[in-house]
Design a protein around this ligand. Structure first.
Ligand code: NI
Length: 230
C-alpha cells in the first residue's frame, strides 16, 4: 500500500532545509546503490553522515515522531538516517528494488527495509519529470508531491524515477523497519485503527457504540501483540 503523508515539514522548515542542503557538497549517487541498482542509478547525493544530512535528517525524524498518520501507518521500529538526492539535466533512476538490509553508518546495527520513504523538497511545477513510479499488483503508481510531503511504499516494490528534463528534483529518501513486517497485516491494522478513530468521533452518548469502540480497540491491540516484532 502507498501512503501519502502531507505536510510533514512546514513551508518554513522546507526553506531552512533547502538552504542547508544547497550549501552541502553533492557526490555521485551510486555510492549507496547495490550492484544491480548502481547500473540503473544516475543522480547526486549528499554523503552519509555529512553535517547537512544529519541536521536536516534530524529535522525530518523530529517531525515524523509527532505525526500521527506516519506512526499509525508505518508502526516504525527503527528508521535509517535520512539521505538526500538531486536529479537534474535528464538524470533518472531505472527500475530496481531497494536492498533488503541496510547497515547504519558508523555502527554495526542493521535494519530490514520494510518501507521506503521519499520526502519532496521542490514544488512539482518547478521541474518536469522526476516522478517516482511504484509498481504493485494494482499497476504503476506515479508520485510527485508538494514540497514538505512524503510518500511511504513497501520496499518490496519495483520502482523507478523518470528523467528530470527541466529544473531539479530535490528529495530525502530513507527506509524503516516496521514492527509489522508484512504489508498486508500492516494495512489491516491501519484500516482498523482509522475505523476506530472514526467511531470514536461519531458515537456521542450511545452505550452500544462505546462498548463496540472499546472491544475493537482491544482487537487492534491484541492483533498488534500477536504480530509485532521488536
Ligand atoms: Ni529505490
Amino acid at each position: 500500500m502507498l501512503i501519502t503523508i502531507p505536510d510533514v515539514l512546514s513551508p518554513e522548515e522546507v526553506a531552512d532545509a533547502r538552504s542547508i542542503l544547497e550549501g552541502a557538497e553533492w557526490i555521485d549517487g551510486r555510492v549507496t546503490a547495490g550492484h544491480q541498482s548502481a547500473r540503473a542509478k544516475d543522480n547526486q547525493q549528499i554523503s552519509e553522515g555529512h553535517p547537512a544530512a544529519e541536521k536536516v535528517g534530524g529535522m525530518i525524524l523530529a517531525a515524523l515522531s509527532k505525526n500521527p498518520l506516519f506512526i499509525t501507518s508505518a508502526l516504525p521500529l527503527r528508521i535509517f538516517p535520512p539521505l538526500f538526492n538531486r536529479y537534474a539535466g535528464g538524470q533518472s533512476f531505472g527500475t530496481h528494488v531497494d536492498n533488503a538490509i541496510r547497515q547504519f553508518p558508523g555502527s554495526g546495527a542493521r535494519i530490514r527495509t520494510d518501507l521506503s520513504a521519499t520526502l519532496f523538497f521542490e514544488e512539482p511545477e518547478n521541474y518536469d519529470g522526476g516522478e517516482l513510479c511504484v509498481e504493485d499488483t494494482y499497476g504503476v503508481h506515479r508520485v510527485k508531491l508538494p514540497a514538505g510531503s512524503m510518500v511511504l511504499y513497501p520496499s518490496t516494490s519495483l520502482h523507478h524515477v523518470t528523467p528530470v528534463t527541466r529544473g531539479a528534483r530535490l528529495c530525502s529518501f530513507f527506509w524503516l523497519q516496521s514492527m509489522i513486517r508484512d504489508d498486508g497485516k500492516r494495512s489491516l491494522l491501519l484500516d482498523l485503527d482509522l475505523a476506530i478513530q472514526r467511531l470514536g468521533n461519531d458515537m456521542g452518548e450511545h452505550d452500544a457504540a462505546k462498548k463496540t469502540a472499546v472491544q475493537l480497540t482491544g482487537v487492534y491491540h491484541n492483533l498488534l501483540r500477536q504480530w509485532a516484532e521488536m
